[in-house]
Design a protein around this ligand. Structure first.
Ligand SMILES: *[C@@H]1O[C@H](CO)[C@@H](O)[C@H](O)[C@H]1NC(C)=O
Ligand SMILES: *[C@@H]1O[C@H](CO)[C@@H](O)[C@H](O)[C@H]1NC(C)=O
Ligand SMILES: *[C@@H]1O[C@H](CO)[C@@H](O)[C@H](O)[C@H]1NC(C)=O
Ligand SMILES: *[C@@H]1O[C@H](CO)[C@@H](O)[C@H](O)[C@H]1NC(C)=O
Ligand SMILES: *[C@@H]1O[C@H](CO)[C@@H](O)[C@H](O)[C@H]1NC(C)=O
Ligand SMILES: *[C@@H]1O[C@H](CO)[C@@H](O)[C@H](O)[C@H]1NC(C)=O
Ligand SMILES: *[C@@H]1O[C@H](CO)[C@@H](O)[C@H](O)[C@H]1NC(C)=O
Ligand SMILES: *[C@@H]1O[C@H](CO)[C@@H](O)[C@H](O)[C@H]1NC(C)=O
Ligand SMILES: *[C@@H]1O[C@H](CO)[C@@H](O)[C@H](O)[C@H]1NC(C)=O
Ligand SMILES: *[C@@H]1O[C@H](CO)[C@@H](O)[C@H](O)[C@H]1NC(C)=O
Length: 564
């Protein structure tokens, strides 16, 4: 009986020892807002990063579909490096960075943004990126893919959020993206290839900065809902939504006759809708299209009227044109923005309504204007995203960052394919045998939770059995116990036997069920247990299948004369 009991306890201890040492730390990263409002069509809450050696501080917007980080070059500004540089979130000078390494001139290939006329070439290369400014205590990643831009279609630089690898000219040499490199760090990796963004609100008083979290989300920035959207079939258009209805408090008529498919972009400022829908907006809001600037410019009397009416627009969006949906309510104060002279060629800034007339269904885009009222959370390991009503926490509200953990998949040892470049969820080697196990720590945390629950159940069962046995008459115990014929002692190694006996002695004392004794006795086994099991049993989910690509998703060389 003693041996039986001990083997149960041994199992419990083994399970617990798996849990304890491998819960490595993963950390979602909340990128700090620059605390400035930037852009020619916003203003927008930008985020702060540093690039190069010595570090150059720049302010950028998130780039949901880019695998490289875009930086505005001095060439974009001509003689006015000071004023223009500051307007464009500060310039990047590769000449002044000792770690810059050039690749060449390529088109930026912004597949979605190109549909609405935003495009341009870039000077590709490699340089170090720090996510934050000095004192933010954020990681620096060596040798990341960066692109110097001069196009005015993208006014600010942008931080790469797409975890898919960078491809030059062909698919033969995919290079890990910033997100993948953050995920694959040995120290404090992000928990998963996910990120969350909401643009904040400039017109609110007080203003609320945007929120950008890598590997998780900040629960203070949105109202949760239970809807999940699958990624679009084409990987250049991941954030595909069906707009089921658009209504406004100004009229009982629906602004949208039948559902349409649209795409969310963090790089497009406005909301692009069919001309017929724009016509209904014009009627309801009293808007006038300006042919020259191609904007709905607003004069101050119209703005005052609208401020008084305080209208709102409700977008009902779902994965399909009918069925489950979430409603994003957009107040008027997310609909008046400032067109800078850089956008209009006018002599002074003008107010405009950020709605655009789409020529056809490839141009239905929900840009940052929409993301002021909506919170977007992307999960590249499950190929899903969440869309929620954005909230505007006061500056005194503490962040509440929650990690998005990667999915777990049970497989037999060796069945996974960690080397598969399409498998974004993998960390490389899942059969690691030291404490730096390459199994993602997010997965480990998940396993740990499961194991703790399992361990608790085993402990409870073991305890019940133990108590029952002890309650039984001694005679029965003796009958039941034949140490000589029990196979277990012979199976364990000499060292384990010694430990078992040491721990077992006190364990046999009636009433002594102190688990600490057992744990202490088995402490030295932790590394062995820790490394073998989880890596073999659990692996990251494999690639979720072939993804359609819109043409060649590689960068094609362009002449360098395009840059000036
Ligand atoms: C490079 O750095 C030097 C010294 O810090 C500075 O004077 C110069 O303006 C910088 N060049 C550019 C292009 O930013
Ligand atoms: C930076 O990364 C690129 C692409 O992986 C590589 O070709 C280059 O040699 C690297 N440079 C350094 C200094 O590590
Ligand atoms: C680069 O090519 C790989 C296939 O090798 C593909 O999975 C990946 O999505 C491509 N990257 C981008 C940004 O399209
Ligand atoms: C999406 O929402 C679900 C809850 O509905 C949550 O479990 C999941 O982590 C969210 N995913 C992301 C990427 O935010
Ligand atoms: C303001 O704009 C509205 C609609 O665009 C127009 O009807 C009105 O005449 C304008 N008012 C002034 C003072 O320009
Ligand atoms: C604006 O453009 C449309 C079509 O391009 C044209 O019919 C209209 O007359 C123009 N309006 C003005 C005020 O130029
Ligand atoms: C502003 O001027 C530039 C250069 O002259 C021109 O390319 C652009 O189309 C103009 N933009 C508008 C909105 O008129
Ligand atoms: C959609 O409209 C844009 C802008 O006019 C045009 O460039 C594009 O070719 C059109 N696409 C299709 C599929 O008609
Ligand atoms: C992760 O990092 C390790 C070591 O730095 C490297 O060998 C491995 O290829 C990386 N995996 C990916 C998917 O980048
Ligand atoms: C995985 O680990 C094993 C044993 O540590 C090693 O032999 C193998 O090369 C590693 N594979 C990769 C892809 O790192």
């Amino acid at each position: 009986m003693v041996v039986h009991e001990r083997s149960r306890s041994a199992l419990l201890v083994a399970v617990l020892s798996v849990v304890a040492p491998v819960v490595a730390e993963t950390k979602p990263l909340s990128i700090r807002p620059s605390q400035q409002w930037d852009g020619k069509d916003g203003p927008w809450s930008s985020f702060r990063i540093q690039v190069g050696t010595p570090p150059q501080q720049v302010r950028v917007l998130p780039a949901h579909d880019q695998s490289s980080t875009w930086l505005v070059l001095g060439q974009a500004c001509g003689n006015d490096a000071q004023g223009c540089g500051n307007e464009r979130g500060r310039l990047y000078s590769y000449d002044n960075s000792s770690t810059w390494q050039e690749t060449g001139f390529y088109d930026l290939e912004p597949w979605l943004e190109r549909q609405v006329g935003q495009d341009g070439p870039g000077y590709f290369g490699w340089d170090d990126i720090t996510l934050g400014w000095e004192g933010d205590d954020m990681p620096t990643l060596k040798n990341q893919s960066v692109v110097g831009i001069t196009t005015t279609d993208f006014w600010l630089g942008s931080l790469s959020l797409n975890p898919r690898p960078v491809n030059f000219t062909n698919y033969n040499n995919p290079i890990p993206s910033l997100m993948q490199n953050l995920r694959n760090r040995t120290k404090d990796p992000i928990p998963s290839l996910s990120w969350s963004y909401t643009a904040g609100a400039y017109n609110l008083a007080p203003k609320v900065y945007g929120s950008l979290v890598l590997g998780g989300y900040d629960t203070t920035h949105y109202e949760p809902n239970s809807l999940t959207f699958p990624f679009g079939g084409d990987q250049s258009f991941d954030f595909q939504v069906a707009i089921q209805s658009i209504t406004t408090s100004l009229t009982d008529d629906s602004l949208l006759d039948s559902g349409i498919i649209a795409y969310i972009s963090t790089l497009v400022p406005d909301i692009w809708l069919p001309a017929s829908v724009c016509a209904k907006f014009e009627e309801a809001f009293g808007l006038t299209w300006d042919n020259e600037t191609e904007l709905y410019l607003m004069n101050s009397s119209l703005h005052s009227t609208l401020l008084e009416q305080d209208p709102s627009v409700r977008f009902t969006v779902g994965p399909e044109v009918s069925g489950g949906a979430v409603t994003i309510n957009m107040p008027y104060w997310n609909f008046y923005q400032t067109a800078q002279p850089a956008l209009t060629n006018a002599s002074k800034p003008m107010m405009y309504f950020p709605l655009k007339r789409a020529a056809n269904d490839t141009q239905y885009v929900l840009g940052r204007t929409f993301l002021q009222s909506a919170h977007l959370s992307a999960d590249y390991e499950r190929s899903t995203f969440n869309l929620s009503q954005a909230l505007y926490p006061s500056s005194s509200t503490a962040q509440n960052i929650v990690a998005v953990l990667p999915p777990l998949q049970e497989t037999t040892p060796g069945a996974g394919n960690p080397g598969d470049p399409g498998n974004l969820g993998t960390d490389g080697n899942s059969s690691g045998s030291n404490s730096d196990s390459s199994l993602s720590s997010g997965a480990i945390a998940g396993i740990a939770v499961g194991l703790v629950v399992l361990a608790g159940m085993i402990a409870a069962i073991a305890f019940v059995i133990y108590r029952r046995r002890k309650a039984k008459p001694k005679k029965h115990e003796l009958e039941d116990t034949d140490v000589m014929h029990d196979p277990l002692p012979q199976e364990v190694s000499g060292e384990q036997l010694k430990v078992e006996m040491g721990g077992g002695l006190s364990h046999e004392v009636p009433g002594d069920m102190d688990p600490k004794t057992e744990l202490a006795a088995y402490d030295h086994q932790k590394p062995v247990e820790a490394d073998g099991n989880p890596g073999h049993i659990y692996e990251m989910q494999g690639d979720s299948g072939p993804v359609e690509m819109s043409g060649e998703n590689t960068f094609q060389k362009v002449p360098s004369s395009y840059l000036t």
